[in-house]
Design a protein around this ligand. Structure first.
Ligand code: F6R
Length: 366
């Protein structure tokens, strides 16, 4: 059932091009290149009238939520808050019938997320679920929603569910933006065309599996890692760090790159690997100076760069090349090498990647 892969996690990482296609099927019209989400068509007024979105989730799903926030705020101009479900539910949050709560959950069974939506419903909010497991508790307790359709995720470390969630959140932001008439046709078409290219671009990244496996060996004995990104790449940095922690048991932290100088830069020395998402987007110049700050303190830099990069390729100790895409779609691509890096480091350390210690696939107790 692992299809010849040594672990479910690796199989699920490699399934991502197909999963993203499955997630778009029936939603992105191949002829008209329009996005349609049935939940949006069916609840147009309620969603168009939302004064605010509150995304509730845990773990990796919470990271997908941070990307969703940027997508929805950018394209729909509606404020979005992203909350850990466990914090939200015990905080007596300010929430009313002008709010739409989006519950993100792979399993659809996470106890805290379920409790957060119960609370939101009591306060009159409308609840939209984005889940993977069909018929699970969260979809049964929401007003509407969209499944991510990525198939069963068996590896405890979430991989394809994350990219599936980000894909659905992208479709959601685009469809709602179109309904609100906030996006012009050219931009809308351009993003959809590019979204349709993402599965092929992920395949390009997957071809580097062997390179990443070799690179990973250097880090078998690392005790700490830092992951940095800005803008859309910041949640990807958090996710990269979480993947490494949970399966290799190496301590890792994700930071917005510019926050380094407010404290964490004190940690940098020759022993510190720093993974930097350094693609050529609006933040490129800024990320170069962040890299220089780390280099000056002799940190070991592993940079994710675009193939035509001539500056960072000289500054970084190690580079992983990834195809270019639109900034708002980059998380779908930049996440992949970080999943592979965590996977191979854990394998080098002889860890059980599919069943990491102390973790369960669905957290049904609080
Ligand atoms: C990390 C991981 C967990 C889950 C979290 C939420 O790889 O798997 O952090 O993301 O427990 O689970 P769901 O999405 O099922 O609500």
């Amino acid at each position: 059932e692992k299809d010849g892969y040594p672990h479910f996690m690796l199989k699920e990482i490699f399934e991502q091009p197909e999963c993203i296609n499955d997630c778009m099927r029936g939603r992105v019209n191949k002829e008209t290149h329009e996005v349609q989400l049935s939940a949006i068509s069916e609840h147009k007024e309620r969603l168009l009238g939302a004064r605010r979105f509150i995304i509730v989730a845990c773990g990796t799903s919470w990271h997908a939520g941070l990307i969703g926030k940027q997508l929805i705020e950018t394209f729909c101009r509606i404020p979005v808050e992203v909350e850990y479900a466990s914090e939200f539910r015990y905080r007596n949050p300010v929430i009313d019938n002008g709010d739409v709560v989006i519950a993100l959950s792979q399993s659809g069974e996470t106890a805290d997320t379920l409790a957060a939506i119960e609370l939101a419903k009591e306060k009159g909010a409308f609840v939209y679920g984005i889940c993977n497991v069909v018929g699970s508790s969260i979809p049964r307790n929401t007003d509407t929603g969209s499944y991510i359709h990525v198939g069963p995720e068996i590896g405890v470390a979430s991989t394809k569910a994350f990219t599936g969630q980000v894909t659905v959140l992208t479709l959601f932001a685009l469809a709602l933006s179109k309904e609100k008439q906030l996006i012009n046709d050219t931009t809308y078409r351009c993003i959809i065309d590019e979204l349709e290219q993402i599965p092929e671009k992920i395949k390009e990244v997957l071809k580097q599996n062997q390179n990443i496996a070799e690179l990973s060996r250097i880090f078998t004995y690392a005790h700490n890692f830092i992951y940095l990104g800005r803008g859309y790449s910041y949640p990807v940095a958090l996710e990269g760090a979480l993947k490494l922690k949970e399966i290799s048991y190496i301590h890792a932290e994700g930071y917005p790159a510019a926050e380094m100088k407010h404290g964490p830069i004190a940690l940098i020395d020759t022993e510190m690997p720093v993974v930097v998402i350094a693609t050529q987007n609006a933040m490129y110049e800024k990320i170069i100076s962040n890299i220089q700050e780390i280099k000056a303190r002799k940190g070991h830099i592993i940079a994710l760069i675009n193939p035509n990069d001539t500056i960072i390729s000289k500054l970084a100790d190690e580079c992983i090349e990834i195809p270019e895409t639109l900034e708002c779609l980059e998380p779908l691509i930049t996440t992949i090498p970080l999943q592979l890096l965590a996977y191979h480091i854990a394998v080098c350390k002889g860890k059980d990647v599919d069943q990491p210690r102390n973790l369960a696939k669905s957290v049904t107790v609080e």
